[in-house]
Design a protein around this ligand. Structure first.
Ligand SMILES: NC(=O)c1ccc[n+]([C@@H]2O[C@H](COP(=O)([O-])OP(=O)(O)OC[C@H]3O[C@@H](n4cnc5c(N)ncnc54)[C@H](O)[C@@H]3O)[C@@H](O)[C@H]2O)c1
Length: 330
């Protein structure tokens, strides 16, 4: 059983990798990575350089980005790579982009929560979102920078201020929570992206799995704590970077497929949502030519999972409010 589950995920990932190398391209996209020189940014940019749907990969950072771009440009795949260093070159990096991926900002160290990153990362995401709102307001934004529960509301408020807000185009990338499931099954993870706000819907796993309640509880807590496990294992040297780069590249590829008109592309992400009383919430989403096409909602869930969602609400709403206040009252 375990082998079957593992191989299902491996097959899905192998499909993603072969898609990335595939020569059938319906879209010549410009993709910008903001924070391209970081622990996530570098492997993410490498994976995106292999994606044949991308014709221009623009790498922005406040350090080292011209060097990273020069290095990647020696890989013999289609995408032209340009490096952009510092705020003066941000506009050129962003203008004309179809998708802007943001892994810029400081990561956690052991003992830190994602919320502890707020003070530094809120400003970084605000300024990058403001540049996108001005120079490429129709771009899809995929935010990796933590705390995602607050950085997505921050970006949304920035777009509202600029009068270019479209809730269907701003996504918090929470798919690492899906990837890090200990059993490697494909499991929707809903809610937010920190601690108790991460809610795995084990009852909706494919292939279906069945656990005694005690094991379901242990597995749920392990998934909620998966990112923290990596932070602790790296013992001060950073948080999940390689797995996050893969999750980010996979999410970007799904978005590019949907933008190119492919149907039936579904990903979980943290977006503006009416599914619960929280203004932003992660659920499975059908992606389309304009970003979010249809929110597929929570579906049928167990009482146990409903209670997890209820327990997540106070923290989630607080994180969202904090992000909104940063722009509205800051
Ligand atoms: N969504 C998730 O599941 C998930 C998982 C892991 C990490 N993260 C988050 O991703 C972020 C990046 O993590 P990392 O390990 O790559 O960190 P890192 O410190 O290795 O890299 C961050 C990069 O951002 C750059 N940067 C800083 N300020 C910038 C600015 N104003 N404009 C552009 N670039 C700027 C830095 O120069 C650096 O290259 C962190 O906030 C981390 O918490 C999210």
């Amino acid at each position: 059983m375990l082998f079957r589950i593992v191989s299902t995920r491996l097959i899905q990932n192998a499909k993603f990798i072969s898609r990335s190398f595939s020569s059938t391209t319906k879209l010549n996209a410009k993709v910008t990575v903001c924070g391209a020189s970081g622990g996530i940014g570098q492997p993410l940019s490498l994976l995106l350089k292999l994606n044949s749907r991308i014709s221009h990969l623009a790498l922005y950072d406040i350090v080292h980005s011209p060097g990273i771009a020069a290095d990647l440009s020696h890989i013999s795949t289609k995408a032209m790579v340009t490096g952009h260093l510092g705020p003066d070159q941000l506009r050129a990096a962003i203008e004309g982009s179809d998708v802007v991926v943001i892994p810029a900002g400081v990561p956690r160290k052991p003992g830190m929560t994602r919320d502890d990153l707020f003070n530094t990362n809120a400003t970084i995401v605000r300024d990058l979102a403001d540049a996108v709102a001005q120079y490429s307001p129709k771009a899809i934004i995929c935010i990796i920078s933590n705390p995602v529960n607050s950085t997505v509301p921050i970006a949304s408020e920035v777009f509202k201020k600029r009068g270019t807000y479209d809730p269907n185009r701003i996504f918090g990338v929470s798919t690492l929570d899906v990837e890090l499931d200990v059993n490697q099954v494909n499991c929707p993870v809903v809610g937010g992206h920190s601690g108790v706000t991460i809610v795995p819907l084990i009852s909706q796993c494919t292939p279906p799995v069945s656990f005694p309640q005690e094991d379901r509880d242990k597995l749920t807590k392990r998934i909620q704590n998966a990112g923290t496990e990596v932070v602790e294992a790296k013992a001060g040297a950073g948080s999940a970077t390689l797995s996050m780069a893969f999750a980010g590249a996979r999410f970007t590829d799904s978005m590019l497929q949907a933008l190119a008109g492919e149907e039936g592309i579904v990903e979980c992400a943290f977006v503006r949502s009416d599914e619960t009383e929280a203004k932003y919430f992660s659920t499975p989403l059908l992606l389309g030519k304009n970003g979010l096409d249809k929110n597929l909602g929570l579906g049928k869930i167990l009482d146990y999972e409903l209670n997890l969602i209820k327990a997540a609400m106070p923290e989630l709403k607080k994180n969202i409010q904090k992000g909104e206040d940063f722009i509205l009252k800051g």
